[in-house]
Every structure is written in structure tokens, then in C-alpha cells.
Design a protein around this ligand. Sequence first.
Ligand SMILES: CC(C)(COP(=O)(O)OP(=O)(O)OC[C@H]1O[C@@H](n2cnc3c(N)ncnc32)[C@H](O)[C@@H]1OP(=O)(O)O)[C@@H](O)C(=O)NCCC(=O)NCCS
Length: 187
Amino acid sequence: MDTTIVDIGESNAYKLAAARALMAAFADRERSAWPDIERAAEEVEECAEGANLCIGAYDGRTMLGWAGLRRMYETTWELHPLAVDPRRQGKGIGSLLLRELEARAARRGIIGIMLGTDDEEYGTSLSAVDLDGGNVFREAERIRNLKRHPYEFYLKNGYAIVGVVPNANGRRKPDIWMWKDLTNVGR
Ligand SMILES: CC(C)(COP(=O)(O)OP(=O)(O)OC[C@H]1O[C@@H](n2cnc3c(N)ncnc32)[C@H](O)[C@@H]1OP(=O)(O)O)[C@@H](O)C(=O)NCCC(=O)NCCS
């Protein structure tokens, strides 16, 4: 079946399929923010409301993955969440969703996208040291991936590390802030 990009807010079937994909995508985490279908459904509702962008890659039966963009600053919006069904990961769906979201955002006059990608499970070299105001930029510059942390996926899609919040989720559990300039993104 062909994969099409859909607006999740358009149908309850899309919303339910998106909630399932979200739960599944984070099920391997020690502490998932979406451990059950109710919490995942709340996230989908939040994503699909108001002026937010909320799109999915749908094959007619399954939501292969989906992504949302919400206002953070006037012209720079926040990517949250991005989830690809574990059985469909590594096939370009995450990148496809980013490209589509970026194009739609650019058409609306949004000029940048921010996102935070937590390192809660010691997945990068940033969680191997005590970060503080004196070393955070140096460590960010020489970041290494230890456990297939998704920051590398974002780097491959043109996002840059623009900051790190040390101890965001507990000691040595930083949040990595990434940003992309949409100036040259095709509309
Ligand atoms: C991270 C995620 C969105 C990536 O989507 P995807 O469809 O699997 O990724 P793609 O197939 O588009 O990958 C594009 C490139 O990024 C790389 N990549 C993807 N995920 C990666 C990871 N976790 N670590 C390192 N590289 C990764 C791919 O190998 C590919 O590289 P290549 O172009 O050199 O072949 C997806 O794996 C996912 O939903 N993971 C679980 C939830 C999650 O972590 N979401 C992000 C939270 S911030």
C-alpha cells in the first residue's frame, strides 16, 4: 500500500493509530512518557489542537509514524513528538516526516525548528561526565553516540546542537537542544 501524509486531526482513526504508534515507539524506554494508550491519546489530542501542525505517514491501515510542531517562539516552533513505529524504523519515515513538516512550517512563515532530545539512558557521551557551565559547550562539540541515541538522526537531517541542559532529568541525564534553520527549506 502507498504511504501518504495525512493530517492527524482529520479523523479519529488517525488519532487512535497515532496513539498506538507513539506508545510502541517509546515502549523500550525505562520510563516512557506514554506507557498506556490513554496518555498517548492525550498527547495526540494536544498535538492536533489549534494552530499546531500534526502529520502522519499512513499506509491505509497503520500509522507508520507521526510528528507534531507547536509554537515555541513567534517564528521558531518546537518539534514534539516524533515517533516511528518500531517495525518501520530505519526506512526513511522519520526523515520523510521531518521534510514534510519543515516544508509546511516554511510555507507558514516559520523560520526555525527547535527540539529537545533527552539522554535519560546514558546514550551519549554527554551523560558520561558531570556537565556544568565550564565544560558544557566543549562536551557538546565532541559528543559521541553510545547507544543509538536519536541526536545523530537529527544531525543527519540538518539539525545542529545549540545547547544542553545538564541534569535535566536527573544527575547525568541531560536534554540536548537542537535547531534547524528553515531559510533554505523547499516549500
Ligand atoms: C528516531 C526516529 C524518529 C528515526 O526515524 P527513522 O524512520 O527510524 O529514521 P530514518 O530511517 O529516516 O533515518 C535517517 C538516518 O538517520 C539514522 N538514524 C535513525 N535513527 C537513528 C538513531 N537512533 N541513532 C543513530 N542514527 C539513526 C539512520 O541510520 C539513517 O542514516 P543514513 O541516512 O546514514 O542511512 C525513530 O527511530 C523513532 O521513532 N525512535 C523512537 C522514538 C524516538 O526516539 N523519537 C525521537 C525522540 S527525540
